[in-house]
Design a protein around this ligand. Structure first.
Ligand SMILES: [Zn+2]
Length: 349
């Protein structure tokens, strides 16, 4: 099958090309070339390829080629990334070369970023719900996508009370690696935007499924960690706090001799009641719920958006089955999207 150019853009210093090849069944395999280098990382998923393009401000570059079969997909992607409908004129020309260009104001309703920024600029009680996608942009692999040592071991079988009790070495190795990985990661621009919005009185609380503490490290003052925190350790039996080093060294609780464990929610355990109740209360009272980096696949966290009676927005790298329930839907890189929103909010204030 022959290579075809699906999308090519030209920036001030670089050309970015998204190419594809179709197999006999018509399924595309996609890859990206930029800066003279070809990334033979292949995707069969359009959105995954877009997230890679998102590492550059491709939507601000000059569109050179849009493959006829991808016109509506590209148009949808640039609508979701436009800070100002006027930016869309060259994209409309590239995507729909035979149609007359309308007044850009007709696209205002379809651009989620400026509309969402208007809401953010006026609310005082927004709640943000974050999931694994928020952390992957800091370099923390998604819990469910096992890599390296853990490729053959399902985390859902290791991160359990049963493994902690019956195979403490495996349990400790698993968390030891995750803790070591944490030493090398830092919050990204998106974490800092959320912390800044809290200081400005826009965001009341961040509710997170992540256990890495990156929201705290970025300076968010009010964080409800629904799945606990990797940064602290307790005794599984008596609940006393313990040192991380003791856990990693294989020591037992100094008070009762019970096994030590990180303060995370293991598979099969209930979520911490207090954090859960605070999250529910904050979401019920909020006039904006911003869901970021979670596909809302896991119960009961996926029930939280339904509690909100205000505006609802989702920024995520993949389509979720709940997207239709949100007023604003953006499938793009999180850090980049939050920075754009922050710029728009500042312009409105
Ligand atoms: Zn104990």
């Amino acid at each position: 099958m022959a290579k075809e150019i699906l999308l090519q853009v030209e920036g001030p210093t670089e050309t970015i090309t998204l190419s594809g090849e179709r197999d006999e069944r018509g399924t595309w395999r996609l890859w990206v070339e930029r800066g003279g280098e070809e990334e033979r990382r292949e995707w069969d998923d359009w959105l995954d390829a877009l997230l890679t393009l998102d590492e550059n401000p491709w939507e601000e570059y000059e569109p050179v080629t849009v493959h006829p079969e991808f016109r509506s997909k590209v148009w949808g992607a640039v609508l979701q990334r436009a800070a100002d409908p006027a930016e869309l004129v060259p994209w409309f020309q590239a995507c729909f070369p035979d149609e007359p260009v309308p007044d850009p104001r007709v696209w205002e309703e379809k651009c989620p970023l400026p509309r969402l920024a208007e809401v953010i600029a006026r609310v005082r009680d927004a709640v943000v719900l974050t999931g694994a996608g928020m952390s992957t942009e800091s370099g923390i692999p998604d819990f469910r996508s096992s890599t390296g040592l853990w490729r053959k071991i399902d985390p859902r079988r290791v991160a359990t009370v049963e493994t902690m009790e019956k195979d403490p070495d495996l349990f400790r190795r698993f968390y030891g690696e995750r803790l070591r990985n944490l030493e090398h990661v830092r919050p990204h621009a998106g974490h800092y935007v959320l912390a800044e919005w809290a200081k400005q009185g826009i965001v009341r609380a961040v509710v997170t499924q992540n256990v890495d503490g990156l929201h705290h490290r970025a300076g968010s003052p009010e964080v409800y960690e629904l799945h606990g925190s990797l940064r602290t350790v307790r005794c599984h039996r008596c609940g006393s706090p313990a040192d991380l080093e003791d856990f990693l060294g294989g020591d037992a609780c100094g008070l009762c001799g019970g096994p030590l464990r990180p303060n995370v929610v293991l598979f099969g355990e209930l979520l911490p009641e207090e954090e859960w109740d605070r999250a529910i209360r904050a979401i019920r009272e909020s006039s904006l719920l911003l869901v970021i980096g979670t596909s809302l696949e896991v119960y009961p966290v996926n029930q939280l958006p339904m509690l909100s009676t205000g505006r609802k927005a989702i920024i995520n790298g993949s389509v979720t089955e709940w997207d239709h329930r949100f007023h604003h839907v953006i499938h793009a890189r999180i850090g980049k999207t939050l920075m754009k929103l922050d710029r728009l909010v500042k312009e409105m204030k």
